[in-house]
Design a protein around this ligand. Structure first.
Ligand code: AMP
Ligand code: MG
Length: 404
């Protein structure tokens, strides 16, 4: 038996970052950059106007109101070459157009009489106002996104702005998903007496996708040696294998033994955590194998706390754990000593603080509480009693709607 914290660090120490590939920026959202990216040129590439208005020399506007002759027009996309500004003149300029030589300020059209031939300036002018200066955003050669960064719309915008159509990212690990049990029938069949639908496979596939990886569904291994051998062998061809159920100490719990027979090395079995106690972790060469307990809530929670960080690490993410924040308990919570307890909570924000109540029945067969939960608390092994008003650490989980 290992502690919750040991289990996590053992897993993270064992998994390796997968290889890289170049992909088109259009496909890159949700992927992780595999290398630092430096600016190939200054951004912006030239001083340009931040407003629609008039480019001027501040020396020509010593006091207001002042009148200037309009000597040129620069729409966005125009070149400033050849446009000069004589003393006492202004150039009508649109947002994004280059600042003509000699000008050191832009006056927004709203601060003028909007004149076409001549313009009257109505507000004081400061040197440098409303100019976006060359390299103000990023200078050429500066690394603007580091390896390990999750690519989101802002990163896409910047990479595209620098003309980078292809980006280096980590490959998406293929994650095999295998459910075990004689009681299971596949989705689409009506369960007969004693049967239940194999919902864990679907839920794990969803979680694998959410974590940025590609699920490969292996199906169901029946509670006999031959079926386990066949299906586990198939699952071990992927980058990662996740199994559900058959990992406790029951008569039909074959997963660990057959994995061992196939050459996987067990790294730990049993974690001091509730739910999720029977979780096992093995390595088959460099393929991590997570054997999760079969109760759907246990499966989801152990995925969240143990598998998800590993999948993120494999994809090269810098941050693999969800950030924790403090909430105030609205009600008392009790737990047994010696094990971490994972509790499903609902949240409310009041007076700038987060408050938490239990999301409902915390048994591992109760799925609805998992659907209703907005946060998960990981209560430390050493603690036993929490009173209303105590603070605990939580991370977001599930839908956070209607919290504001
Ligand atoms: P086991 O670990 O085999 O003892 O299973 C624990 C509980 O989880 C039992 O009630 C199973 O019926 C249930 N269970 C096992 N596998 C699945 C699955 N793939 N989908 C939904 N429930 C499951
Ligand atoms: Mg079973």
């Amino acid at each position: 038996m290992v502690s919750f914290e040991e289990a996590r660090s053992i897993i993270l120490d064992n998994v390796q970052t997968v290889g890289t590939e170049q992909i088109h920026l259009l496909e890159a959202t949700g992927r992780v950059l595999a290398g630092d990216v430096a600016a190939p040129w200054d951004m912006p590439l030239w001083d340009n106007s931040a407003m629609d208005g008039y480019a001027v020399r501040t020396v020509d506007c010593p006091a207001i109101p002042c009148r200037l002759r309009v000597s040129g027009f620069l729409p966005a996309g125009a070149k400033a070459d050849g446009i000069t500004v004589e003393p006492g003149c202004a150039v009508r300029i649109m947002t994004g157009a280059p600042i003509p030589d000699g000008c050191d300020a832009v006056i927004p059209v709203e601060e003028t009489d909007d004149g076409q031939q001549e313009v009257t300036v109505l507000e004081p002018v400061k040197q440098g106002q409303h100019i976006r200066f060359r390299a103000e955003d990023v200078a050429s050669g500066v690394v603007f996104v580091r390896r390990g960064t999750l690519i989101r719309p802002p990163e896409v915008n910047m990479l595209a702005g620098f003309g980078l159509a292809l980006v280096p990212v980590h490959r998406q690990p293929v994650v095999a998903i295998l459910s075990t049990g004689d009681e299971l029938v596949e989705l689409g069949r009506t369960p007969g007496p004693g049967e239940i639908i194999n919902s864990n496979t679907l839920s794990l596939a969803a979680a694998v996708r959410e974590a940025g990886c590609i699920p490969r569904i292996i199906g169901i291994a029946r509670d006999n040696r031959e079926s386990h051998l066949e299906k586990l062998r198939e699952g071990l061809k992927a980058d990662v294998l996740i199994t559900s159920a058959g990992v406790s100490a029951g008569d039909c719990d074959l997963v660990r033994d057959i994995l061992e027979e196939l050459g996987a090395k067990q790294v730990f079995w049993k974690v001091a955590v509730k739910p999720g106690g029977p979780t096992a972790f093995a390595m088959y060469g460099c393929v991590p194998v997570f054997s999760l307990p079969g109760n759907p809530v246990s499966t989801m929670i152990t995925f969240e706390e143990f598998v998800r960080p590993a999948l993120l690490r494999m994809q090269g993410h810098q941050r693999v754990l969800r950030p924790l924040f403090k909430v105030v308990l609205r009600e008392a919570l009790k737990k047994k000593p010696g094990k971490v307890q994972i509790v499903r909570l609902r949240l409310e924000k009041e007076g700038g603080r987060w408050y938490a109540t239990s999301a409902g029945n915390q048994q591992t067969a109760i799925l609805k509480t998992m659907v209703d939960a907005q946060a998960i608390a990981v209560l430390p092994a050493g603690s036993t009693h929490f009173r209303a008003g105590d603070e605990v650490d939580v991370h977001f989980y599930g839908n956070h709607i209607e919290m504001e």
